[in-house]
Every structure is written in structure tokens, then in C-alpha cells.
Design a protein around this ligand. Structure first.
Ligand SMILES: *[C@@H]1O[C@H](CO)[C@@H](O)[C@H](O)[C@H]1NC(C)=O
Ligand SMILES: *[C@@H]1O[C@H](CO)[C@@H](O)[C@H](O)[C@H]1NC(C)=O
Ligand SMILES: *[C@@H]1O[C@H](CO)[C@@H](O)[C@H](O)[C@H]1NC(C)=O
Ligand SMILES: *[C@@H]1O[C@H](CO)[C@@H](O)[C@H](O)[C@H]1NC(C)=O
Ligand SMILES: *[C@@H]1O[C@H](CO)[C@@H](O)[C@H](O)[C@H]1NC(C)=O
Ligand SMILES: *[C@@H]1O[C@H](CO)[C@@H](O)[C@H](O)[C@H]1NC(C)=O
Ligand SMILES: *[C@@H]1O[C@H](CO)[C@@H](O)[C@H](O)[C@H]1NC(C)=O
Ligand SMILES: *[C@@H]1O[C@H](CO)[C@@H](O)[C@H](O)[C@H]1NC(C)=O
Ligand SMILES: *[C@@H]1O[C@H](CO)[C@@H](O)[C@H](O)[C@H]1NC(C)=O
Ligand SMILES: *[C@@H]1O[C@H](CO)[C@@H](O)[C@H](O)[C@H]1NC(C)=O
Ligand SMILES: *[C@@H]1O[C@H](CO)[C@@H](O)[C@H](O)[C@H]1NC(C)=O
Ligand SMILES: *[C@@H]1O[C@H](CO)[C@@H](O)[C@H](O)[C@H]1NC(C)=O
Length: 674
């Protein structure tokens, strides 16, 4: 952005003094009459009512800068000015800079403002102005006009098209409905921001005549129609944001002529067609977001030429084909999201060269093959989601060294070493011939038996609730060391009762000392429980929430195993057990002195605040009780048991269902025991 007049505050004051004194000595009789008129006008604005008596010379009033005795700059931003702007402002005809931003001004801009023909910068942003006069066309020297965050409605006056010197026009965050059709006349325009309004209809083709544009922001409107092919003429564009509109049609191939672009945001529209083949020409791109459209076809291999990209967001389209082999060249990438498409083929091994990645989202595609062995090199990863694909093979052990939230569920053939035996990959000729034959026979009989069973079950078990999918294995890994299934079985002697340390909302809780010396808590769902849909749902619910949220006062989930025989969660171990327990034992309760209790409340409050305010959508636990608050050896509180938690749908009114432990309704308990 340009800085028009200010150099720095001290020089500003020095200048004003020199200017004022020289101005006064040079002032003739005529001048002083006119100056008096200026001072009068300033007084009548009512904005200096505290000063006019104390400081006679209006050039000394705050926010005023004079040149040759007349006011050239007025900066009253953030002075709490209210009411409407008085017409007297039009008398300051030498004014070149007027900044009234961040006040509570309302009403119309007075049409006398058209008298400020020397004005180059007018900033009335962040007020409640609801109308601008046609007379604005007379301000022929206006270079920068900032009207953002006001209450403008309807049309912008077409007289704005007369401001041919205008380089910056910002009308964002108002309620205007249309772009003036003659906007194409503002040939000097460099930055045009009409975002966050109610603009309807198509993007006027005349916008493509603004060939000096460096930024064009039209996001968050109701624009429809397609992106004008002619926009490819705006070759000076550096930032283009058309996101969150109702744009349809293809991304014009001419966009690849905008080689100065550093950010291109077209997400949240209904664009279709494929991504321009030549997009790789936009080598200055840093951010590219085309998500939430209806784009089809492959990701052009040329994207791997966009080596300055830090974020590449293409999720929620219908892209198919495979991920470009060379994607590993985009070494500046911090965020890569290709989720919810129809991508096939393997995850290129080159992704493990993207060492700056903090999030990698490839879930909800049809990717197959195995996870690149080297994925553990992505040491900056915070979130990795490869769930709901068709990945197979071993989960690389390098993954467990990452301090990353990892989601791998719903990949049918993926297995954690030690959690379940992996299917054998050895084949020989006999197997190749025998297997199909056997399979055919087995399938045939299976089909016969299946049909018979179905008929029987349909009669006998019309409401069979069993949701357990045999052999279906979901796994996540969220732990800095390696946890092997067999170590857990060994440490608990196959969940022997002597390691049981309590009962959760469902299932039993066990304490396990792993070979590394690390102690973990395990919550195991009993077989009978696992067959009850309610418990199964709670269990999955807990997995869902604890893999997605992280807070120092929410218990950490290290991993889980979800298999028809063993359904258990692996948590951080809490030495002091539940708060309920601590309070019910006299000795423990005494150790919990006032400060510690306050700290516990604070911890719980922090966690709740995080869930309610920092998570979108907010998460409600719905079963906060002293049973579900755990204490570690330092008596710090951790919220556990997310079995009944749910996302709070802001649109839903269904918030009054009472769930959870009988006798407790949310935070009441905190008051009860204090
Ligand atoms: C007007 O003042 C505000 C607040 O001091 C400042 O942020 C803004 O940049 C100024 N506007 C112009 C055009 O200088
Ligand atoms: C403006 O604010 C002053 C003091 O803050 C108040 O006395 C006056 O009534 C307000 N004027 C309007 C038009 O709101
Ligand atoms: C604005 O200029 C017109 C003439 O161009 C003049 O008649 C009018 O008084 C001026 N308005 C103010 C408020 O100075
Ligand atoms: C504004 O533009 C229109 C048409 O382009 C012209 O007729 C009119 O005189 C202009 N107004 C000013 C004040 O220059
Ligand atoms: C209004 O826009 C101008 C030009 O882009 C900018 O310098 C100024 O900071 C903006 N005003 C505010 C309050 O942000
Ligand atoms: C763009 O400008 C040219 C020349 O000034 C003019 O002939 C043409 O009509 C303008 N196009 C649009 C769409 O406004
Ligand atoms: C890109 O911008 C530079 C100045 O930043 C300019 O010289 C160059 O012409 C622009 N490129 C194109 C293709 O317009
Ligand atoms: C890109 O620009 C070149 C030269 O200005 C032009 O010949 C070509 O047609 C443009 N390409 C597209 C797709 O608009
Ligand atoms: C990448 O960005 C740097 C500056 O951040 C720039 O110098 C360089 O030219 C850009 N690379 C490409 C290929 O445009
Ligand atoms: C990447 O850029 C190089 C050099 O500009 C070019 O030769 C190559 O064809 C481009 N690759 C793709 C896939 O477009
Ligand atoms: C990773 O990011 C850092 C800054 O965060 C940067 O200095 C470094 O060059 C980046 N690494 C790669 C391989 O681009
Ligand atoms: C990763 O980068 C290194 C060096 O830049 C390169 O030699 C290697 O081939 C790349 N690995 C993959 C899998 O692309």
C-alpha cells in the first residue's frame, strides 16, 4: 500500500510549525479572510469544540496539518466522532488528505465534499455512512478512496466512473448490490476491493479494461455467471480473489497468462471443467485455492512447476487421475489438501521431500498402494489424514516418530505392525492357479449359505443390533514412541483383571507398563458391550473427538485398536485417577488444598473454553462430572470420556437433550464441590 503524505510524526510536527509560521507571515488581508472562513468551517464541524477556545490557531488543533496557512491534512481517525459530517467540510478547499476512519459517523457524506477538488486521499472506512453523493465526481484528483466497513446499500453512484485518477477503491464490507457498469473507465485503478457485499449478477466484462490492476477482490458476494475470459488481460494482477460467490463455468485458460499472480483464490463457487493445463506458468504463485467447486479431470502435472507455493488447496472437487509424481518439487508447501476428490493411484514417494508441510490431507479419495516409507521425514507435520482411501500394506514405522495427529481409518488393507498380522504377500504359481478356483467354489457356497442365512435372520432377528464388522481394523497413531499390540497384551496379561484400575462411562480401564517403562491407560470395550450399538457409537465418538482436538487439559489419546476381538483406546496415564476418587478419599481430599482446587477449576475451564470457542464447530462434552475429570501426579486436571460429546451445530435448536451421567448437568458440579 502506498503512503501518501506522512513521513513520520516528529517531522510532521516540525513541518507544521515551519509551515504555519511562514504561512502566517505571508498571509495577506484577503488570505486572512479566507483563513478565518476555514477556521470557522472547522469550528462548525464541532469536532474541535474542546480546542477552539484554548488554541486560537486552527493549524495547531489535533489532526490538522496546514500548508501556507490552509489545511491540507486532516486526520481524525479513531477520535470517537459521531453524528453526520457537516457540510462545512467543503470549505477546506486545499485539503489533500482526509482521514475520518474508525469513528462512529453516520448519515450521508455531504455533497459539499465535491468542493474538495485537491483531495487525493479520502478514508472514511469503519463508520456508519450509508450514502455517498453524486457530487463525488468533482473530486477529480482523488487517488485513494476507502469506504470499507460502512453501511452503504444499493448501487454505487455511477459518477464514481469520473474519478479517473483513482488508484485505490475499497468498498468492502458494505451492502452494495452492483458494480458500476462504467468501472472500466477507471483506467488508473491498481487495487479494487468490493468484497463482502451483496453484489449480484455477472462480473462486468469492463473490469478487464483495468489493466493496471494489481489486486482484485470480489470474494464473498453473490456474483454469478462465469469468469470473463478477458480477465486474462489483467497481466499486472498479483492477487485475485473471487472466492465464495456463485460463479459457474470453467476457469478460463487465459488465467495462465496472469504470470504475476502470487495468490489465486477461486474456492467456494460452482466452477466446473478442468484446471487449466498451463497453470504451471504462474510460477510466482504462493497460494492456490480452488477447493469446493465442481472441477473434474486431473491435477495438471505442470503444478509441480509452481515451486513458490506454500499452500495448494484443491479439496472438495471431483478431480480424478493421480497425484503428480513430481509434487515433491513444491518444497515450500506448508499445506497440501487434495481431500474429497476421486484421485486414484499411489501417494508419490516424492511427498516425503515436502519437509515444510504442517498438514497433509489426502483423505476421501481412492488412493491405493502403500504409504511412502519415508513419510517420517515430514517432521513438521501436525496433521496427516489419509483416511477413507484404499491404501494397503504396512504403516511405516517412521510415522510413529512424528508428533502428529494421524488418521488412517477406513483403509481396508492397512495394518499396523503388531496390531494384527498383515496379510502375507508371498505368492507362487500354485497359489495363483488354485486361489481363483477355490475362491469360485467358496463364493458359490458362501452365496448359497448367505441367502439361506438371510432368509433365516430376516425372520428370527429382525432387529439385530450388532454393528461390529468382523476383521475390520481402524487405527490411528498419535504417539511419539512405538506401541505394539503384543506389548499391550503382554503388559496386561491379555487384560487380566489384576491390571484393571476402574470403569469408565463404558468399558474397563487398565494400567499397562510398556517395555519402554512408559505407563499408559487402556480403556477396553467388553465383547458384549461392543455388540451394543450405543457403546460402539460412544467408543467411535471418543476416537473421533480425541484425534481431532488437542489441549493441555484434555486427556491425550495415543492410539487405538478397533477389531472384533479387541476394541481398546490407549491414553496418557493419570496417576491420581478421577477427581471423584480424589475427593472421596479423605487423605487425597486434604491434599487438594484451595489453590489446587482453583487450579483444577481453571484447567477445566480452559479446556471447556477451548472446546466451546476455539473449535469450529464448537464441541460440547455433555457429561462433565468429577468422574470424567482426571488428575495427573501434579494434580492438574484433564477432561476425559468424550463418548457423549458432540459437535454443536449452530443452526440446530436441538440442544436440550440431557445425556451423560445421571445427577450431573455440565458444569454444575464445579460449584457443588467448591
Ligand atoms: C487512516 O487512519 C487509520 C488509523 O490511524 C490508518 O490505519 C489508516 O491507514 C489511515 N488511512 C490512510 C489512507 O492513511
Ligand atoms: C455525540 O457524542 C456526544 C458526547 O459523547 C454526545 O453528547 C452527543 O449527543 C452525541 N451526538 C450524537 C448526534 O449522537
Ligand atoms: C462548494 O462550492 C460551491 C461552488 O463551487 C459553492 O457555492 C459552495 O458554497 C461550496 N460549498 C461549501 C460548503 O463551501
Ligand atoms: C462525469 O462524466 C460524465 C460522462 O462521462 C460527464 O458528462 C460529466 O461532465 C463528468 N462530470 C464531471 C464533474 O467531470
Ligand atoms: C483504506 O484504504 C487505504 C488504501 O488502501 C489504506 O491505506 C488505509 O489503511 C485504509 N484504511 C484503513 C482504516 O484501513
Ligand atoms: C475497454 O476499453 C476500450 C478502449 O478504451 C473500449 O473500446 C471498450 O469498449 C472497453 N471494453 C469494455 C468491456 O468496457
Ligand atoms: C509483472 O510485474 C512487473 C512489475 O512488478 C511488471 O514489470 C511486469 O510487466 C509484470 N508482468 C506481466 C506479465 O505483466
Ligand atoms: C496469453 O497472452 C498471449 C500474448 O499476450 C496471447 O497471445 C494468448 O492468446 C494469451 N493466452 C490466452 C489463453 O489467453
Ligand atoms: C519465488 O519467490 C521469490 C521471492 O520470494 C522470487 O524471487 C522468485 O522469483 C520466485 N520464484 C519463481 C519461480 O517465481
Ligand atoms: C516446467 O517448467 C519447465 C521450464 O520452464 C518446462 O520446460 C516444463 O515443461 C514445465 N513442466 C511442466 C510439467 O509443465
Ligand atoms: C521451510 O520453511 C523455512 C521457513 O519457515 C524456509 O526458510 C525454508 O527454506 C523452507 N524449506 C524449504 C525446503 O523450502
Ligand atoms: C527428494 O529430493 C532429493 C534432493 O532434492 C532428490 O535427490 C530426491 O530424488 C527426491 N526424492 C524424491 C522421492 O523425489
Amino acid at each position: 500500500m502506498k503512503s501518501y503524505f506522512y513521513t513520520s510524526i516528529p517531522t510532521f510536527f516540525l513541518l507544521s510549525i515551519i509551515v504555519i509560521t511562514s504561512g502566517i507571515t505571508r498571509a495577506t488581508n484577503d488570505d486572512s479572510k479566507w483563513l478565518a472562513a476555514e477556521a470557522q468551517a472547522l469550528m462548525e464541524t464541532g469536532w474541535w469544540s474542546n480546542y477552539k477556545k484554548r488554541v486560537g490557531n486552527h493549524c495547531m488543533w489535533p489532526g490538522i496539518r496546514c500548508n501556507a496557512g490552509s489545511v491540507v491534512d486532516t486526520d481524525l481517525s479513531g477520535h470517537g466522532l459521531n453524528g453526520s459530517i457537516t457540510p462545512q467540510i467543503g470549505a477546506l478547499s486545499k485539503l489533500r488528505y482526509l482521514n475520518l476512519s474508525w469513528n462512529i459517523l453516520t448519515g450521508e457524506l455531504p455533497s459539499s465534499i465535491g468542493n474538495l477538488t485537491q483531495l487525493a486521499v479520502l478514508d472514511v472506512s469503519c463508520n456508519y455512512i450509508y450514502s455517498i453523493p453524486k457530487a463525488i465526481q468533482k473530486m477529480e484528483n482523488l487517488v485513494s478512496l476507502n469506504l470499507s466497513r460502512n453501511s452503504l446499500t444499493g448501487k454505487l453512484p455511477s459518477s464514481i466512473g469520473n474519478l479517473t485518477q483513482l488508484e485505490v477503491l475499497n468498498v468492502s464490507y458494505n451492502d452494495i448490490h452492483s458494480i458500476p457498469p462504467n468501472i472500466g473507465k477507471l483506467k488508473s485503478m491498481v487495487d479494487l476491493d468490493l468484497s463482502n457485499n451483496w453484489l449480484v449478477g455477472p462480473i462486468p466484462s469492463s473490469v478487464s479494461n483495468l489493466t493496471n490492476l494489481a489486486s482484485l477482490y470480489l470474494q464473498s458476494n453473490k456474483l454469478d455467471g462465469s469468469i470473463p475470459e478477458d480477465n486474462g488481460r489483467l497481466t499486472n494482477l498479483v492477487e485475485l480473489d473471487l472466492s465464495s460467490n456463485n460463479l459457474v463455468g470453467p476457469i478460463p485458460s487465459s488465467v495462465s497468462n496472469l504470470t504475476n499472480l502470487t495468490s489465486l483464490f477461486l474456492q467456494l463457487n460452482q466452477l466446473n471443467g478442468s484446471i487449466p493445463q498451463d497453470i504451471g506458468r504462474l510460477t510466482n504463485l504462493v497460494e492456490l485455492d480452488l477447493s469446493s467447486n465442481n472441477l473434474v479431470g486431473p491435477i495438471p502435472s505442470s503444478v509441480s512447476n509452481l515451486t513458490n507455493l506454500t499452500s495448494l488447496i484443491l479439496q472438495l472437487n471431483q478431480l480424478n487421475g493421480s497425484i503428480p509424481e513430481d509434487i515433491g518439487r513444491l518444497t515450500n508447501l506448508v499445506e497440501l489438501d487434495l481431500s474429497s476428490n476421486s484421485l486414484v493411484g499411489p501417494i508419490p514417494s516424492s511427498v516425503s521431500n515436502l519437509t515444510n508441510l504442517t498438514s497433509l490431507f489426502l483423505q476421501l479419495n481412492q488412493l491405493n498402494g502403500s504409504i511412502p516409507e519415508d513419510i517420517g521425514r515430514l517432521t513438521n507435520l501436525v496433521k496427516l489424514d489419509l483416511s477413507s482411501n484404499r491404501l494397503s500394506g504396512h504403516i511405516p514405522s517412521s510415522l510413529s516418530q512424528l508428533n502428529t495427529s494421524v488418521a488412517l481409518y477406513d483403509n481396508k488393507d492397512l495394518c499396523i505392525q503388531g496390531c494384527l498380522p498383515c496379510p502375507s504377500t508371498k505368492h507362487n504359481l500354485v497359489v495363483i492357479i488354485l486361489v481363483p478356483t477355490l475362491l469360485f467354489l467358496i463364493l458359490f457356497f458362501a452365496l448359497v449359505i448367505f441367502i439361506l442365512c438371510r432368509q433365516y435372520r430376516a425372520k428370527a432377528l429382525k432387529h439385530d443390533p450388532s454393528p461390529t464388522k468382523n476383521g475390520d481394523l481402524f487405527c490411528i497413531w498419535n504417539f511419539d514412541g512405538k506401541i505394539a499390540f503384543k506389548d499391550i497384551i503382554r503388559a496386561t496379561e491379555d487384560f487380566d483383571i489384576k491390571y484393571c484400575i476402574g470403569m469408565g462411562g463404558y468399558g474397563s480401564v487398565y494400567r499397562a507398563v510398556l517395555p519402554s517403562g512408559k505407563v499408559v491407560a487402556l480403556k477396553k470395550l467388553h465383547r458384549l458391550e461392543a455388540e451394543q450399538p450405543a457403546y460402539d457409537t460412544s467408543f467411535r465418538n471418543e476416537i473421533k473427538f480425541l484425534t481431532e482436538i488437542r489441549h493441555k487439559n484434555i486427556v491425550k489419546l495415543h492410539g487405538f485398536c478397533l477389531h472384533n476381538r479387541y476394541m481398546f483406546l490407549i491414553y496418557e496415564y493419570m496417576e491420581k485417577g478421577s477427581l471423584f476418587y480424589a475427593l472421596s478419599i479423605d487423605e487425597e481430599a486434604m491434599e487438594l488444598d484451595w489453590t489446587k482446587r482453583v487450579n483444577i477449576v481453571k484447567g477445566v475451564a480452559h479446556a471447556l473454553s477451548y472446546m466451546h470457542h476455539d473449535c469450529t464447530p464448537p464441541i460440547v462434552h455433555r457429561d462433565i462430572s468429577s468422574n470424567n475429570i482426571l488428575l495427573n501426579s501434579e494434580l492438574e486436571a484433564f477432561i476425559a470420556d468424550f463418548g457423549t460429546a458432540r459437535l454443536l451445530d449452530p443452526d440446530s435448536s436441538n440442544r436440550t437433550v440431557i445425556v451423560g451421567t445421571y445427577g450431573y448437568i455440565a458444569q454444575n458440579l464445579l460449584i457443588r464441590w467448591l
